[in-house]
Ligand binder design. Structure first.
Ligand SMILES: *[C@@H]1O[C@H](CO)[C@@H](O)[C@H](O)[C@H]1NC(C)=O
Ligand SMILES: *[C@@H]1O[C@H](CO)[C@@H](O)[C@H](O)[C@H]1NC(C)=O
Ligand SMILES: *[C@@H]1O[C@H](CO)[C@@H](O)[C@H](O)[C@H]1NC(C)=O
Ligand SMILES: *[C@@H]1O[C@H](CO)[C@@H](O)[C@H](O)[C@H]1NC(C)=O
Length: 241
């Protein structure tokens, strides 16, 4: 059996002072949720802080709406894996060297879109649970959009297609010329969607002769206020065909 290095020590110096301020058991309803935004594959820290007085409590992070809702359980100086939701195996941790300061923030590694949701941070002392933080995690996915020239049956002009595949939340697509002016485009088509993300495709016909050989597709995510751009250079021979 390997030794598990998970115990730690902390100062109990403030025990008596802090006992005076021990809050009564609180429900999650009293807590103002905090929103955190991050992207797929990133590492995020969900903040939570307690006052450490005497014995270190059991720390539990859970996520609303999951059948097995525990994402991290820390008890008697060790993480307890038995009840952890398998989707979070090897992906959550505490800042172990910060526990003594009462920093019981949860780290989530390698974020997935499905990690988005509401998390509760709570502790248990003497059979009494107390919620300390409610965090709304929003996970965005914004892979590079693809911009291509597609064959078009109608004469005149070059048809460009820009595809934002598997984005979350759903983005908007616009086309722009060299000078940043928006180019008129067709109505976007939405889908196929998955439970995790949205795909949006939009086409624009660039009329010939054109004054801009470089066209930019701009994919914008309004809720996260973030944009990805991709450019295409339309060669002369395509235009004159
Ligand atoms: C916990 O510690 C981390 C790392 O030092 C820090 O970034 C974060 O702000 C702390 N959070 C709280 C709630 O104290
Ligand atoms: C997780 O489940 C437990 C037991 O059913 C419940 O007390 C707790 O509030 C749940 N957590 C969240 C975040 O919903
Ligand atoms: C994809 O989701 C969008 C936005 O919710 C919806 O408008 C569209 O109809 C969906 N497309 C498909 C194919 O499910
Ligand atoms: C969105 O972000 C841009 C810069 O990245 C900023 O100038 C703009 O004010 C932001 N808009 C909103 C609504 O937050």
């Amino acid at each position: 059996m390997a030794t598990i290095y998970c115990s730690f020590t902390y100062s109990a110096g403030l025990l008596f002072l802090l006992l005076l301020f021990s809050p009564a058991g609180s429900a999650s309803a009293d807590i103002v949720p905090q929103t955190i935004t991050a992207h797929v594959t990133e590492t995020v820290v969900l903040p939570c802080r307690i006052t450490v007085d005497g014995e270190f409590p059991t720390v539990e992070w859970s996520k609303e709406g999951l059948k097995e809702n525990i994402t991290l359980l820390y008890r008697d100086g060790c993480e307890t894996f038995g009840m952890k939701n398998p989707a979070f195996h090897y992906r959550t941790n505490l800042l172990l060297n910060k526990l003594k300061d009462g920093n019981i923030s949860q780290i989530i590694y390698n974020l997935r879109v499905s990690d988005g949701g509401r998390y509760h941070c709570r502790t248990r002392r003497e059979k009494q649970w107390q919620v300390h933080a409610v965090i709304i995690l929003k996970v965005g996915a914004m892979p590079e959009p693809k911009l291509t020239v597609v064959p078009s049956s109608a004469g005149g002009g070059v048809t460009l297609e820009c595809k934002a595949e598997c984005w979350f939340p759903e983005p908007d697509i616009t086309f722009h010329d060299d000078e940043g002016n928006e180019i008129t485009a067709e109505k976007p088509t939405r889908g196929p969607n998955s439970t995790e993300c949205f795909t949006v495709t939009r086409r624009a016909v660039v009329q010939t002769p054109i004054n801009s050989h470089r066209v930019t597709c701009r994919v914008h995510q309004r809720k996260l206020n973030q944009t990805k751009k991709t450019e295409i250079y339309i060669p002369e021979n395509v235009i004159t065909n």
